[in-house]
Ligand binder design. Sequence first.
Ligand code: NAD
Length: 504
Amino acid sequence: MNKPAELKLDVIPLWIDGRTVTQAARMGDVFNPATGQVIRRVPYADAKTVDAAVQAARRALPAWRDTPPLRRSRILQRFLQLMQDQQQDLARRVSEEHGKTIPDAAGSIQRGIEVIEFACGIPHLLKGEHAENVGTQVDSHSVRQPVGVCVGITPFNFPVMVPLWMFPVALACGNTFVLKPSEKDPSASIRMAELLKEAGLPDGVFNVVHGDKAAVDALLTHPGVDAVSFVGSTPIAKYIYETSARLGKRVQALGGAKNHAVVLPDADLEFTADALIGAAYGSAGERCMAVSAVVAVGEAGDPLVKLLAQKAKAVKVGPGDREGMDMGALVTGEHRDKVKGYVDQGVKEGATAVVDGRGLKVKGYEDGFYLGTTLFDHVTPQMAVYQNEIFGPVLVVLRAKTLEEAIALVNANPYANGAAIFTESGGAARRFANEVSIGMVGVNVPIPVPMAFFSFGGWKSSLFGDLHVHGMEGVKFYTRTKVITSRWPHQDTPAPGFHMPTMG
Ligand code: NAD
C-alpha cells in the first residue's frame, strides 16, 4: 500500500482504509475518447481486495455511527468547499476520460455538489417524532439510525455526479461506504476520496474499489454489506436488485431510459427545437435523462423536423477540451460502433435519416471515438431505434394524431425515467403530468432532473426498488427507523401484567 502523496497518474489506484492500492492480478485500460489513446491503467479488485475494503468500512462504522451528525456535517462542509475549489480540475479529468465537453462536465459536477449542500443539513433531516402520553405515563419517540456498510455501483456517464447522489447522504446519515465506480472513467472517484480525507473524514469511512462483474459480485455477496445503491443499464440493475434482495440487503437499482418529449402544435417551435437539440445531443446523448424520442402531435411534425434538422447539422463536434464544442466523442470505440450499428439498423428498417452522423471525421483526431448527430423521422414503435436505449447522439421522431395517442405511446414504453411536454396550454400540460407513468416530468423543460432537495428516480424498468436517490428518499434509504416506547414508573403506576398491553 502506498501513501496518497505517491499516487501515480498512470495507474489509478484503489482506495482502502485511507490508503491507495495499486496492485491487482487484472488491470484494465482507460482511454481518452477524444484521441482514442489509452492514457491510464486501472487495477481490477478481486474478492480478497473487496473483502479488505468492506472490512475497513465495518471497522470504521461504530465510531462514525456515533459521531454527532453536526460533526459529520462539518466534515462534509469542508468537503463541499474543496469540491467547489476543485470543480474545474475535476471537470477536466471527467472530460479527458469520458469525452464530454469541459463546461458540460462542470455543470454535472455542480449538480453533484448540490447533494453535498443538501447532506450538510443532516442534523435537521435526521430528527424523529415524539409523542407524549401515548399511554398513561408512556411516551414514544422515533429515531433514524444508519443502515451500516453501504455500497454504490455507478455508471460511466456521470463519474462525479452519480456517486455524489449517493455517498454524501449515506455518510451524513452515519453509514460507511464502498464505491465501485465505472472502470471506464475511474480517476475522479479517487480524487474525491483524497478530498474527503483532506476534509477530515476518518480512514475506512469511504473506500473505492475498481473493477467489473467480479468486483460487483464480491460486493453483492459479501455478508458485511448492508445496502446497495446502483445506477446503470436496466439488465444489470435488475440483476443487482434480484441478487441483493435475495441476500437480504436493502437495494435501490436505477436503470436505463428512453425519454420522450411530446410536442403539441401550439408550442413555441423555435424554443422547443433548441431545447430538444441540447437534450438529445449534449454529452453525445450519453445521459440517462437525454431526450431520445420526440412525439410530434398533429401539425407540429413537419415544421419541427425541419428546425431539428437545421440545428442538428449545426452541432459542433470535437475534443471535449476544445473551446466552443457542443458535443465530444463517445466513451469507447466499442460503444461508438454499437450506436453506429443502431443507425444502420434504423436505415434498414425504413426510418427516414433526415441527418446521418455516420460519416463524421474530426480533423487531427481521426482515431477518436466520434459519431455525428443523427435525426430519424417517421419512426414507428416497432423499430429497433425506438425500442432500445441507444445512449448516443441519435434522436428519433414519431408522429401522433392527438395528445391522448402521445400519452398512450409514452406509457406503453417499458422505460419510465423522464418525459417532457412542450405546449402553451396549461390544461394539456396538467393532463400530461397527471397521466404519464413516469418518475420525472418536465413542462417546457426538456431534462427535468430534480434538484438535490427533491429525489431523483424513474418508474418501471428505470428503477428497481422503492426509494429514489438523494432528497428525503435518500435519507430514508440510508437510515432505518426505530420507535422507542418509554415508561418511568411511579409508585402509583400499576405493574405490567401478562395480557397484551393496551397502554390507555
Ligand atoms: P452498465 O450497466 O454497463 O454499468 C454500470 C455499473 O455496473 C458499472 O460500475 C459496471 O462496472 C457495472 N457492471 C457492468 N456490467 C456488469 C455485470 N455484468 N455485472 C455486474 N456489474 C456490472 O452502465 P454504463 O454503460 O456504465 O452506463 C450507462 C447506463 O446507465 C445507461 O443505460 C444509462 O441510462 C444508465 N444510467 C441511468 C441513470 C438513472 O438515473 N436511471 C443515470 C445514469 C446512467
